[in-house]
Design a protein around this ligand. Structure first.
Ligand SMILES: Cc1cc2nc3c(=O)[nH]c(=O)nc-3n(C[C@H](O)[C@H](O)[C@H](O)COP(=O)(O)OP(=O)(O)OC[C@H]3O[C@@H](n4cnc5c(N)ncnc54)[C@H](O)[C@@H]3O)c2cc1C
Length: 541
């Protein structure tokens, strides 16, 4: 309720006219006023909550009122509405893979009348990559990620169920797969190069983040001249363009939200809190998808093509729950082994202005591991945090080893446990092979060499040894559970599930072998390629 102090000449009737309030409502709220026309100057008049505060006594007309909106920061469609449409393409999941498919289809199709739908199991969480949020630094970002992520059984890698998927938290490190790795894939190196270029352009991948940084350039020089000539400024998906002519580039670190924003130049339907649970097929052709709302209500969405982009665990989960049992579906789960280490750097060896430290030593044909070197301390990127003056600085080493693709590493449906939707949970079965363990040993030895040539000795801190092996999965680089390729594989060379027309996979799960680089750039490149294949299928109709 609002209170209004009546002016000279005011009565309940004049107030009701001026404020556009029903007179009866006003009389009811103010029973002490004896008549509607009584002069009530100086009296506290009770007004309903919806009353306009300002009375326009000027001769200039009042601007129209702003209607009440129920809008979000991204346009959403209800599942009830989505049930009314037959989609040409329905995308499941909005992480790196799903976002890339949405962007490419929208970019290529424009407003040609094709209908695109997207369902995302999670809700709206962050409207950008967490690195763009001024209150976060590398340490707090990780803590926040672990607090909002959910891990599947027996596997520590948290999954982010939210619009944008794990790209809300990824560190944007975007190296290409080494050509020797691609040689074993069902795609030519030339074709991959073509799609890497498109992916790098749309994600703003650059090596200029550390341009002019004395710490990076000095350490790169030491590495390149002492046995590690491939060492480079780390390629990052960061938009370094200044904001000008009204084009805002402050959302620097890339996330799938940028894919969604770019796709908004043409219409598509997007539902959040919409979990895809079962692919619907007829005569070996996809016809739609069963989706569940948080109220456990089922919806049946019609689609000519379904693209599963629900992640390396989510996608085989949907396929297995749909009874789609290819020989490789859920199998060949791979990731990267990861060593973590800290080194000590003598501050006085470097110029006054340091800049960020981001170096990548990529894997090669003969070296099945890569190194990321970050720092100083927690300053590889920050917004407002101030670096204290200190005689010594910490340098972080993240070492990433190739892991073999093996049938026995897999995800399966748990026969005993069901989730709140009554759907079997997934179980993860994963172990390193003897070969993987040899790679881990070699990686540790090479790390010691690197620390020596950089003149950054490794240190232990408290109970944390100088070099430690992270539990498998914590690096969040799982791949392979719907691997693309020739037999035994889950999809053909374009990401289409064998034997089911119109059913595609576009996320980390299609990557045939882990190689050594961080996987997301490769996932985006492959997802764009799968989208182009889908577009071609429509041309052939
Ligand atoms: C802290 C961190 C740092 C990282 N840094 C890097 C890096 O520097 N470089 C790099 O290459 N990679 C990095 N990664 C990994 C990167 O985030 C993943 O490679 C990438 O996001 C995988 O994309 P995706 O599409 O396979 O899956 P996700 O991004 O996980 O997206 C899957 C989406 O599907 C949704 N979903 C799941 N199940 C369903 C369902 N049944 N129905 C509907 N929707 C569903 C999820 O909610 C999610 O939105 C990092 C990850 C983390 C967590």
């Amino acid at each position: 309720m609002r209170i209004y102090i009546a002016n000279f000449g005011d009565s309940l009737r004049t107030i009701s006219v001026a404020h556009d309030i029903c007179l009866e409502e006003l009389i009811k709220l103010n029973p002490d006023v004896l008549s509607a026309d009584q002069d009530i100057a100086g009296i506290q008049v009770k007004l309903p909550n919806h009353t306009r505060i300002y009375i326009n006594k000027t001769k200039i007309p009042t601007c129209p009122e702003i209607p009440v909106y129920r809008e979000q920061w991204v346009p959403l469609t209800s599942l009830e509405q989505m049930e009314q449409t037959e989609y040409d393409v329905l995308i499941v999941g909005t992480g790196a893979g799903g976002g890339a498919v949405l962007w490419r289809l929208s970019e290529q199709w424009g407003n040609n009348g094709k209908r695109i739908g997207v369902v995302e199991a999670g809700d709206l969480l962050l409207p950008t990559n967490a690195q763009n949020i001024a209150t976060l630094d590398p340490e707090r970002l990780l803590k926040y990620y672990f607090s909002v992520g959910k891990s599947p059984l027996q596997y520590p890698s948290p999954k982010i169920y939210a619009l944008g998927g794990r790209t809300l938290f990824w560190w944007t490190v975007s190296p290409r797969m080494h050509v020797s790795e691609i040689a074993g894939w069902p795609i030519t190196v030339k074709e991959m190069e073509f799609y890497y270029k498109i992916a790098e352009r749309v994600m703003n991948v650059t090596q200029s983040f550390t341009k002019g940084s004395s710490i990076t350039q000095t350490l790169l020089h030491r590495l390149q001249g002492n046995g590690f000539p491939e060492s480079m400024d780390e390629p990052l998906a960061v938009d370094l363009e200044p904001t000008k002519f009204g084009v805002v580039n402050s959302n620097a670190f890339f996330s799938s939200i940028t894919f969604i924003a770019k796709a908004m130049n043409r219409p598509f339907d997007l539902a959040v809190k919409a979990r895809g649970v079962q692919v619907l097929t007829e005569k070996e052709k996809v016809v739609g998808l069963k989706v569940m709302s948080p109220e456990k209500k089922p919806y049946f969405l019609k689609a000519k093509n379904v693209v599963l982009s629900a992640s390396t665990f989510g996608t085989p989960h949907i396929l297995l729950n749909s009874g789609i049992q290819g020989r490789a579906i859920g199998h060949y789960l791979s990731n990267h082994s990861r060593l973590s280490a800290t080194g000590k750097l003598i501050r006085s060896e470097f110029p006054e202005i340091l800049g960020p430290l981001r170096i990548l030593i990529p894997g090669t044909e003969n070296r099945p591991y890569q190194f990321q070197i970050l720092g100083p301390g927690n300053y590889e990127w920050v917004q407002f945090k101030e670096e204290p003056l200190s005689p010594e600085l910490e340098v972080k080493f993240l070492c990433t080893g190739r892991v073999e693709s093996r049938f026995e590493n897999k995800v399966t449906l748990d026969p005993l446990r069901q989730d709140e939707y009554g759907i079997p949970e997934i179980q993860v079965h994963f172990n390193y092979s003897t070969r993987d363990e040899i790679v881990i040993q070699q990686m540790a030895e090479t790390l010691k060499q690197i620390s020596s040539v950089m003149r950054v000795p490794l240190i232990s801190r408290g109970d944390r040894p100088a070099i430690c092996l992270m539990p498998p999965g914590l690096e969040a680089h799982e791949t392979g559970t719907c691997r693309m390729g020739d037999d035994p594989s889950a999809t053909n060379r374009y990401g289409q599930i064998h034997g089911i027309k119109g059913l595609f996979v576009a996320d980390n799960s299609v990557i045939p072998t882990s190689g050594t680089p961080n996987p997301t750039l490769t996932t985006v490149a492959l997802a764009i390629r799968t989208s182009d294949y889908i577009i071609d299928q429509f041309k052939n109709c």
